[in-house]
Design a protein around this ligand. Structure first.
Ligand SMILES: Cc1ncc(COP(=O)(O)O)c(C=O)c1O
Length: 452
């Protein structure tokens, strides 16, 4: 097990730290079986098996403290904000705490964090605001690799504002973007570059920082879709050189919500569509209508859960990490340890499937820096049938389709059912990976006769 030499003292809730222990001491990440014990969904049985959830890229399971935080808010503090009584003040506090938690996750400032129903809604809303500044002939760059939540809101401005869309192509053989083509897409009329940091369909990581720097030097703003990155990598918005970044707490063990980070000055200056009486300062400018405060409470709990996994390998996020400096360091430690753990499982899965004739794997192979999300097809079998049989025969829940990365699916030459996707999450263990390999082996031609 690798250990963490951390450089700050554990402050805030002292009960989080083992006696006489500071974060200068080595801090292991909690073992997977202990992490698993916090997820009630893992006790579900399907057929003969406990369910193995590989559908994390579509939405992860939640640890028990997430719905507990949401229920606590609803039972004890449920109100609307900005009024002169205690539950209203508590609601404002819950909302502020959620901004602080997300700011710790993204290494940002709390006042730059906007919550909304999901990333797609927030991105459409932002495209509307940015579109108000755009004129016919202005250009937006999107990519062929992205989820269409980071394509279609920008494409909508083609029709609405006469904007021209330019597209960075994919190299289908490698599952990566053709980065050499990027500079030629930039020009004096480029207003926005919309990049995905991690592919939810095939796991490709795109190094957005150099692209973002180039785009900003050309005078464009940069939007980063970090929905698939946030569960798997430490995000530091300052290092990405972007202006906007979006992610979704329900992909990292929280409730169904979306989060948008905006660089501070943009928050105040963008001409955002809003109702006249709604606050015109700070992140609330972007939060249309009454926000989901219970979802914000759950989002805080999700971030605290991740930080707690690194606290001492045993606290498992039961206690909130109220001190921002402690929580940020714990999140550093969490992701440092998570990356090799998830990579090892991805490699195990990849190698198991790659050995089977008739199984095609998409995206970068293990060994390259990639998200632990693997998509595949089995010759002669529809992805829907493969997914259904893995569920019925192995209790393994894998999603199938194009995962809204519709252009990518077309460029990969996939049929209407797309591919089957296995997403590794913090609760995935090696036995579950082996069950998927075993299941695909039975389904694929090599052992077709065994299962009939
Ligand atoms: C990479 C990526 N971007 C955007 C989205 C859309 O997120 P949301 O469901 O929060 O709108 C998803 C959802 O699967 C995604 O995986």
């Amino acid at each position: 097990m690798r250990l963490f030499p951390l450089c700050i003292k554990c402050r805030g809730n002292e009960t989080d730290a083992p006696e006489n222990k500071t974060l200068e001491d080595p801090m292991p990440l909690a073992p997977t079986d202990q992490i698993r014990s916090r997820f009630p969904a893992l006790r579900r049985i399907h057929g003969r098996h406990p369910v193995a959830y590989f559908d994390g890229p579509g939405g992860t399971q939640v640890p028990e403290q997430v719905p507990a935080a949401m229920a606590h808010y609803l039972f004890h503090s449920n109100a609307n904000a900005h009024w002169a009584f205690s539950t209203s003040a508590e609601t404002e506090r819950v909302r502020q705490q959620a901004r602080e938690a997300m700011a710790d996750l993204l290494c940002a400032r709390a006042e730059e964090i906007v919550f909304g129903p999901n990333m797609t809604t927030l991105t459409y809303q932002l495209s509307r605001a940015l579109g108000r500044e755009m004129a016919p002939g202005d250009q937006i760059v999107v990519t062929e690799l992205d989820h269409h939540a980071n394509v279609d809101p920008w494409k909508a401005l083609e029709e609405e504002r006469g904007v021209t869309i330019r597209t960075l192509p994919l190299i289908p053989e490698t599952g990566t973007l053709d980065l050499e083509r990027f500079p030629e897409l930039l020009g004096p009329r480029t207003r926005l570059v919309a990049l995905g940091a991690a592919s939810n369909a095939i796991g490709t990581l795109t190094d957005v920082a150099p692209l973002a720097r180039m785009a900003r030097e050309a005078g464009a703003r940069v939007f980063v879709d970090a929905v698939h990155l946030a569960p798997h990598r430490r995000i530091r918005v300052g290092e990405l050189h972007c202006d906007f970044l979006a992610c979704s707490p329900y992909k990292f063990y929280g409730p169904h919500m979306g989060v948008l980070w905006l660089r501070g000055d943009l928050l105040e200056n963008l001409d955002v569509p809003k109702v006249e009486s709604a606050p015109n300062q700070g992140p609330e400018r972007f939060e249309l209508g009454t926000v989901n405060a219970e979802g914000m409470a759950g989002s805080t709990a999700a971030v605290d859960f991740l930080a707690g996994l690194a606290a001492d390998g045993g606290s498992l996020g039961r206690e909130p990490h109220a001190d921002p400096s402690a929580r940020r360091a714990l999140l550093d430690a969490f992701f440092t340890e998570l990356v090799p753990r998830e990579a090892a499982l991805l490699e195990r899965l990849w190698n198991g499937l790659a050995a089977m004739p008739g199984v095609r794997l998409y995206g970068p192979p293990p060994g390259q820096d990639r998200a632990p999300t693997l998509s595949f097809t089995v010759d002669g079998k529809s992805p829907r049938d493969v997914s259904s049989r893995l569920a019925e025969e192995q209790g393994a829940f894998l999603s199938h389709g194009d995962f809204y990365a519709a252009t990518l699916a077309r460029r990969l030459g996939l049929g209407p059912d797309g591919m089957v996707r296995a997403g590794i999450s913090v609760y995935t263990n090696a036995q579950e990976v082996d069950r998927v390999v075993e299941g695909v082996d039975i389904i694929s031609s090599r052992r077709a006769g065994v299962s009939g």
